[in-house]
Write a protein that binds this ligand. Structure first.
Ligand code: HPA
Ligand code: ZN
Length: 338
């Protein structure tokens, strides 16, 4: 059995996926046609050719533009279903997906249109593909605290269907501290908390996410490795890091996949996971990310088993559900000795 086959069959969860970042150019054109929206690209090939980024902001500019084709509840449902159909083939069993409500409300699409569409897609994915899913509401960190509070208020009728809040968009210049009060309010409403930190931002931003936002996971966290005391803290707390290898390569967070810190993170005892971030933009879905780091870093089967276990133990599933997935991983490992 090849490593690719071993990875595809291994039960896995995805904990860092921006659903707007799963919008493939083909669907972008279909939705543009359906909604009579003009795209600044002549063809699917021209869109793909524009996906050359030198940093996070380069990507974000084109990602927010692409999201403009999403108009109706059906559009959001179709977007989610296309993603779930794709990762069902990757052996993905559970997804905790981000959405960016402000990207939609700021262009006149009500919160409910995005939320209802995504929730419909999630329900259909469970019925059709057996993939469970949880929804994470992300605040855009380049916008202000008031806008984040307004988004939390808009989410009020949905709090029973939203697992957590997150923080994404332009990291540099927008430290976690800016959202400490919003995160406090989210905690009071019973929501879990995650935040992007240490993708482009310094280790200080990871400390702030821990100490001021009281996060349950760190999204990315790559730059934590620059700070030995921080590494010690993250390891001691078994803090889950949702690492995104192909994203890191495309956004020049790493120069080369062979230089990716994932193996170092595991060796340091960090609770790392593998995720796709924005698969339509970064050249690969969940299993592609697994395969890329496995090949470039020479990960072993025990490494892969650890990473699969981390993806469930770092999830917001109930303990009994986590135990069920861990048992499935153990059974798979036993059935497929190296
Ligand atoms: N970082 C920050 N914001 C984002 C990302 C990311 O990788 N993807 C989508 N929004
Ligand atoms: Zn991300």
């Amino acid at each position: 059995m090849s490593l690719a086959e071993f990875i595809a069959g291994l039960p896995k969860a995805e904990l860092h996926l921006h659903i707007e970042g799963s919008l493939e150019p083909e669907l972008m054109f279909e939705l543009a046609r359906r909604n009579r929206i003009a795209l600044p690209f002549a063809s699917v090939e021209a869109v793909r050719a524009a996906y050359a980024f030198s940093n996070l902001q380069d990507f974000l500019d084109i990602y927010y533009q692409g999201a403009g084709v999403l108009q109706t509840e059906d559009d959001f449902r179709d977007l989610a279903l296309a993603y779930f159909r794709r990762v069902a083939a990757d052996g993905c069993r559970h997804v905790e997906l981000f959405f960016d409500p402000q990207t939609h409300t700021d262009r006149g699409i009500p919160f409910a249109v995005a939320a209802d569409g995504l929730l419909a897609g999630m329900a259909q994915a469970e019925a059709s593909f057996g993939i469970t899913a949880k929804l994470i509401l992300c605040f855009l960190r380049h916008l202000d605290e008031d806008a984040a509070f307004a988004t939390l208020r808009a989410a009020e009728p949905y709090l029973d269907r939203i697992a957590a809040v997150g923080l994404d968009s332009s990291e540099l210049g927008h430290p976690p501290a800016k959202f400490a009060r919003v995160y406090q309010a989210a905690a009071e409403r019973g929501l879990k908390r995650v935040a992007h930190a240490g993708e482009e931002g310094p280790p200080d931003y990871v400390w702030e996410a821990l100490d001021l936002l009281h996060v349950d996971r760190i999204d990315h966290g790559n730059r934590s490795l620059e700070d030995a005391a921080l590494v010690k803290r993250l390891a001691a707390e078994a803090m889950t890091l949702t690492v995104c290898p192909l994203s890191n390569l495309k956004l020049c967070v790493v120069s080369d996949m062979a230089a990716h810190p994932l193996k170092r993170m595991l060796d340091l005892g960090l609770h790392a996971t593998i995720n796709s971030d924005d698969p339509a933009y970064f050249g690969g879905y969940l299993a592609d990310n697994w395969l890329a780091v496995t090949q470039s870093l020479g990960l072993t089967r025990p490494d892969l088993i650890t990473l699969a276990r981390n993806s469930f133990s770092g999830s917001f599933l109930a303990p009994a559900e986590i135990a069920r997935h861990l048992a499935a991983i153990d059974a798979y490992a036993e059935a497929h000795p190296a």
